[in-house]
Write a protein that binds this ligand. Sequence first.
Ligand SMILES: Nc1ncnc2c1ncn2[C@@H]1O[C@H](COP(=O)(O)OP(=O)(O)OP(=O)(O)O)[C@@H](O)[C@H]1O
Ligand SMILES: [Mg+2]
Length: 164
Amino acid sequence: MKRIAICPGSFDPITNGHLDIIERAAPIFDEIIVAVLNNSSKQPLFSVKERMELISEVTEHLPHIKVDSFDGLLVDYAAEVGANAIVRGLRAVSDFEYEMQVASINKKMNDQIETLFMMTNNQYSFLSSSIVKEAAKYGASVAGLVPPVVEEALRHKYSKGELK
Ligand SMILES: Nc1ncnc2c1ncn2[C@@H]1O[C@H](COP(=O)(O)OP(=O)(O)OP(=O)(O)O)[C@@H](O)[C@H]1O
Ligand SMILES: [Mg+2]
């Protein structure tokens, strides 16, 4: 059986913290699907298409990575694409509380799909897409927090006056 894992998230935009999790998960599975949640209740800075393009660019060096998007229930999407695992990153105790709830309900809905947690790399434990956007919005450098292509995309967005 092919071992397929999903790394789900908003990725608005992808950070070095996300990339670190994807890079570490990649050798454990035959295929990783990085799946962008198309969440209509959040007002994103980057469109789903833009987010997917950035993810594809920064994961180009990794084999067996697919980039996709989904809406609705993650377990339904996982079953649809034949995935047997969901990989989530944990930054802090605060992540754990929420993630445990989600993993438990997902397990109840589909017990064929395991949720696996990976501890953040210490250097990225404070890093989130929101923090990066906040910094970039006010012109602070986000070098080292996101890949260079994402840095450039953020500069471009905010130079157009998009203050999301
Ligand atoms: N710095 C990080 N280290 C480890 N895992 C991370 C890091 N940032 C995000 N993740 C994980 O990546 C997955 C997708 O998260 P998500 O897209 O919500 O990112 P986020 O940075 O938390 O964005 P936002 O600030 O919009 O909430 C989640 O499993 C999340 O825990
Ligand atoms: Mg978050």
